[in-house]
Design a binder for this molecule. Structure first.
Ligand code: ADP
Ligand code: MG
Length: 553
C-alpha cells in the first residue's frame, strides 16, 4: 500500500481558492483556457527538452491535448507533455509561484471586499481557476522519462493530498486533470458548448486539441495546432488575431495594435506582436520582464529572451526564426548577434506601427498613449539612438492643450518669437500643476508650458538636451528669462523695477530666512502671487529634488 500524504496549502493559495470556490464571477470559461494553456506549455517544454534528450519522446512523437467528456459530470483535460514529478507538483500546485497570481492577490486586498472577483477576468489566475467550476480536482502526472506517477487531489478547501499511483493508472507521459464539475458548471459536459469555448479561446494554440465524448468515444478535432503566425496575414481574421493574442499574452482584452510581419534578407524571422488595450498588471513591476516568446522553427525556446527594449515591455507576442540552431542554449541567446538584429527589427516595426496609428487614428492613439506613454517615455531616457523618434511620438498635456494631447512639434510651431526654450513644469498631478503660481508670468505672455506628471518625466527632461534645437527648461528653476517676451496685455505696466522699498524687503527676507534659501530676488514669473520657491539654475528641479529626497538620497 502506498501512503497518502496530506498537505495544507500555503496561506495565500488557501485565500485564493476560497475566492475561486465562492466566486460569482460569471465568465467561468476562462478556467478552460488556463488549463489548455498549461497543457500546451507542457507540450512545448517537452519539445524543447527533447532537442537534447530525444529519448524523452519515445514512440509518441506528436504533442496533443485531449479533452474528454466523461459520465457523472466529469471533464478531463489531458496532455502528453513534460508532466510533473512529485516535488514539482507540490511546488506548482501548492504555492503561488507565478507573479501574476500574486499581483492578483494584492489587487484583491486593495479592492473593497466583494468586488474582487471581477478582477479574475483581468488577471487570469492560472491553474487554481479550475476551482471556479469544479468541486474536486484530480491531477495525475508522469514526468517524461520517469518510472513514477503521482496523483494530486483537492476539493479546494485548504488542503490537498499527494500519493503515488500505479503506472497503469497514469498517462504514459504528461498530465491528466479530472474536474468534478459543480452543479452550476454542468454546461461543460456538453460537447457543443465545450467545442465552442475551446475554438473561441484556444483554437490557435500551437498544439492540436481533440475533444472526446465518452462512452461513445467519438472524437473531433477542435484546434488544429497550426501556429497562427505561420499563416498569411490577409487570411487571418481580426477575431482570430484577438483570440490568439489572448491565449499567448494571458490578457483578456482586445489588442489595440497588431503587428504581423515576415522579415527576409539578412535574417529570416516572423514577428507577431500586439499592443494591449489595457495595462498589464506588471507594467510597473521593476522585476517584470518582457513577454515576447522566442520560437525557433516553431519550437518554443523561451519567453526570457528580452526581445523588446524595456520601454516597450507592454508588447506581447512572439518571434519565430529559422536562423538560430534549435539547441541554442538560453544563456547563449542573450549574447547572440542574430537576436540583437531581430530585437532591433522588431522594435522598429512596432514603433512604426505606433507612429502610423498616431497619424491615422488620433483617438485610438490617444488611448494607447494614455495607457503606455509613461512607459514609452522611459525610452527617451534609455535609448539614445531612438531618442528623437520617441520625442516626436510623445504627447503631452500643456497649458494650451485642454483635454487634447500636444506633440513637441505642435509646441515648437507655436512658440513665441523671442522664446528660447521649451518650458515645463513637473509635479504629481495635473490639477496641482494647473494651479501653480509659477505659471502666472508664462500665462500672461501666452507662453505654453508642458505639464509633466509621470515620474519618468523628471529624468528624461534632463537627458534630452533639446528638441529641434530648443532646450528644455524647468520653470521652477533658476532665473526666468521671461523679460524678452512681451506680455499679451500690452497696457499692463512693465515688470516691477527694483525700487528702494523692494531692495529693503529683499534684504529683510534674506536675513529672516537665513540658511533656508540661497537667494531672494525679483522675478517675472509672477503676476498675482507675491512669492514662489524656485530651484537653482543647475542641478535637479523642485520635483526631482522631492523625488530624490523621497527615495532617501
Ligand atoms: P503558469 O502557467 O503561469 O506558470 P499556472 O497556475 O497556470 O501558472 O500553473 C502553475 C504551474 O503548474 C505551471 O507553471 C506548471 O509548472 C505546472 N503545471 C500546470 N499544469 C501543468 C501541466 N498540464 N503539465 C505540466 N505542468 C503543469
Ligand atoms: Mg498557466
Amino acid at each position: 500500500e502506498k501512503p497518502v500524504e496530506n498537505h495544507v496549502f500555503e496561506a495565500d493559495v488557501a485565500r485564493l481558492l476560497h475566492l475561486m470556490v465562492h466566486s460569482v464571477y460569471s465568465d467561468k470559461d476562462v478556467f478552460l483556457r488556463e488549463l489548455i494553456s498549461n497543457a500546451a506549455d507542457a507540450c512545448e517544454k517537452l519539445r524543447y527538452e527533447a532537442i537534447s534528450a530525444p529519448e524523452l519522446l519515445g514512440s509518441d512523437r506528436s504533442p496533443r491535448i485531449t479533452l474528454s467528456l466523461e459520465p457523472e459530470n466529469r471533464l478531463v483535460v489531458a496532455d502528453n507533455g513534460i508532466g510533473m514529478s512529485r516535488d514539482e507538483m507540490i511546488e506548482a500546485l501548492g504555492t503561488i509561484a507565478r507573479s501574476g497570481t500574486r499581483a492578483f492577490m494584492e489587487r484583491i486586498e486593495a479592492a473593497k471586499a466583494g468586488d474582487g472577483t471581477q478582477l479574475i477576468g483581468q488577471f487570469g489566475v492560472g491553474f487554481y481557476s479550475a476551482f471556479m467550476a469544479a468541486s474536486r480536482v484530480d491531477v495525475v502526472s508522469r514526468r517524461a522519462g520517469s518510472e513514477h506517477a503521482w496523483r494530486w487531489s483537492s476539493d479546494g478547501q485548504g488542503s490537498y493530498t499527494v500519493e503515488a499511483v500505479e503506472l497503469t493508472d497514469a498517462p504514459e507521459r504528461g498530465t491528466r486533470i479530472t474536474l468534478q464539475l459543480m452543479d452550476d458548471a454542468k454546461s461543460y459536459t456538453s460537447k457543443w458548448s465545450v467545442e465552442r469555448i475551446v475554438k473561441e479561446q484556444s483554437g490557435h494554440v500551437p498544439v492540436p486539441i481533440d475533444l472526446v465524448e465518452l462512452p461513445s468515444g467519438e472524437t473531433s478535432r477542435v484546434g488544429d495546432g497550426t501556429a497562427l503566425w505561420t499563416r498569411l496575414r490577409n487570411e487571418i481574421t481580426k477575431e482570430e488575431y484577438a483570440d490568439f493574442y489572448r491565449s499567448v499574452a494571458g490578457q483578456y482584452d482586445e489588442p489595440a495594435l497588431t503587428v504581423h510581419f515576415r522579415a527576409e534578407g539578412r535574417h529570416e524571422y516572423t514577428g507577431l506582436a500586439f499592443v494591449p488595450t489595457s495595462k498589464p498588471y506588471d507594467l510597473f513591476d521593476p522585476t517584470g520582464k518582457g513577454r515576447m516568446k522566442l520560437y525557433v522553427k516553431r519550437v518554443f525556446i523561451t519567453d526570457d529572451a528580452e526581445l523588446m527594449p524595456r520601454y516597450l515591455r507592454f508588447v506581447r507576442g512572439l518571434v519565430d526564426t529559422s536562423d538560430l540552431p534549435l539547441n541554442v542554449s538560453r544563456e547563449m541567446i542573450q549574447e547572440s548577434p542574430i537576436l540583437s538584429a531581430i530585437r532591433k527589427g522588431l522594435t522598429s516595426r512596432v514603433l512604426t506601427a505606433i507612429e502610423k496609428l498616431a497619424d491615422s487614428d488620433k483617438d485610438a492613439f490617444a488611448k494607447l498613449w494614455d495607457a503606455f506613454g509613461p512607459v514609452i517615455k522611459e525610452g527617451i531616457y534609455d535609448d539614445f539612438e531612438r531618442r528623437g523618434q520617441l520625442m516626436t511620438l510623445a504627447r503631452f498635456r500643456t497649458t494650451a492643450s485642454g483635454d487634447e494631447h500636444r506633440s513637441l512639434a505642435d509646441y515648437v510651431k507655436d512658440m513665441k518669437d523671442a522664446q528660447a526654450a521649451i518650458y515645463y513644469l513637473t509635479g504629481d498631478n495635473l490639477g496641482q500643476l494647473q494651479a501653480s503660481p509659477q505659471l502666472e508670468g508664462f500665462r500672461a505672455r501666452g507662453i505654453e508650458v508642458l505639464l509633466l506628471t509621470d515620474s519618468i518625466d523628471s529624468f528624461w527632461v534632463t537627458a534630452a538636451p533639446d528638441f529641434e534645437g530648443k532646450p528644455f527648461k524647468s520653470i521652477t528653476q533658476g532665473t526666468s528669462d521671461l523679460a524678452q517676451v512681451p506680455k499679451l496685455d500690452a497696457k499692463e505696466k512693465p515688470s516691477a523695477e527694483t525700487t528702494e522699498a523692494v531692495k529693503d524687503f529683499i534684504a529683510f527676507a534674506k536675513m529672516a530666512l537665513a540658511d533656508a534659501v540661497s537667494d531672494v530676488r525679483t522675478s517675472d514669473r509672477l503676476t498675482e502671487s507675491a512669492v514662489c520657491l524656485v530651484a537653482p539654475e543647475h542641478g535637479p528641479d523642485r520635483q526631482l529634488e522631492k523625488m530624490l529626497q523621497g527615495a532617501g538620497r
